[in-house]
Write a protein that binds this ligand. Structure first.
Ligand SMILES: [Zn+2]
Length: 281
């Protein structure tokens, strides 16, 4: 398998990094994981073929993970996608896609299908809502997901938590295992889904030294793994190699801090992804 990191930043504007988006080439398939800000530009700059991506996995519904979805769906169709995009995401994904294609961008789609007929009929998305277990297995690719904790300890009411489902993913193909934390703090389901992965892609927002305020301590405890826990996750899940992503801000000094934090818990290979990096799994 081969992983392309198109967006390795978080929600904050960052001149060096787009928001969450990755492409995994697995057997004969190409899957996109998340579709945050910069997904289209990342695809274009990486020279990846829009027509060949027929599957998208969505970790959760934060804007830095799905903010470019509608644009991507229309742009990939205009760029040659001729099959529906199969979208696997948490409950609520279907409603989001319906509103985007039938309300927000219905005029755009009507313009291009009724006025500019060269594109042919619009080819949209087929949504499969998933939250636990096997999402699909075909063409030599097996995809599983599990619910992880991303903000679940914050003071939300039951009503919100019932519709706040966040997923981590495990993809097996070519006799290899790739896992993706999505946005999550350390929790048992994350350790299970990443167990023994040849490459685990892990969110790592800030270094331990940056957790100086109550706000940032809360982020590390409830919302996003940071470098104080990323190494513990890798060690406990016994992953063979870890690639870090979803940074708040990185400088060489911060990467050195995060490396030292992670090294206290995990001695396996670690790398800090940048946009447009390529990792063989
Ligand atoms: Zn995020």
């Amino acid at each position: 398998m081969r992983l392309h990191t198109l967006g390795t930043g978080g929600p904050r504007p960052d001149p060096e990094r787009n928001s969450s988006c990755y492409v995994l080439a697995a057997a004969e398939r190409k899957l996109m994981l998340d579709c945050g800000r910069g997904a289209i530009q990342g695809m274009a700059r990486a020279g990846l073929p829009f027509a060949e991506i027929d599957t998208m996995l969505i970790s959760h519904h934060h804007v830095d993970h799905i903010g470019e979805f509608a644009n991507y769906l229309i742009t990939s169709w205009m760029a040659g996608r001729r099959k529906p995009l199969r979208v696997y995401g948490p409950p609520g994904t279907r409603g989001i896609v319906e509103v985007l294609t039938k309300q927000v961008y219905d005029r755009d789609i009507a313009f291009r299908t009724e006025g500019e007929t060269a594109f042919g009929p619009f080819i949209g998305a087929e949504v499969v809502e998933v939250e636990e277990g096997l999402a699909f297995e075909d063409d030599g690719v097996r995809v599983e997901c599990t619910r992880v904790e991303h903000g679940h300890g914050l003071p939300f009411g039951k009503k919100f938590l019932a519709r706040w489902i966040c997923l981590a993913w495990r993809i097996e193909a070519e006799g290899r295992v790739f896992s993706f934390s999505g946005d999550a703090v350390m929790c048992e389901p994350l350790l299970r889904i990443a167990h023994g992965a040849d490459l685990h892609l892990q969110c790592c927002y800030i270094s331990a030294a940056e957790m100086t305020s109550g706000h940032f301590q809360g982020v590390g405890k409830y919302t996003l793994a940071c470098s104080d826990t990323a190494g513990k996750i890798a060690e406990r899940a016994q992953v063979k190699r870890m690639v870090l992503t979803h940074f708040r801000q990185t400088t060489p000094a911060k990467i050195a801090e995060m490396t030292a934090d992670i090294r206290r818990d995990y001695t396996g290979p670690i790398e800090f992804a940048k946009d447009l990096d390529v990792f063989d799994v």
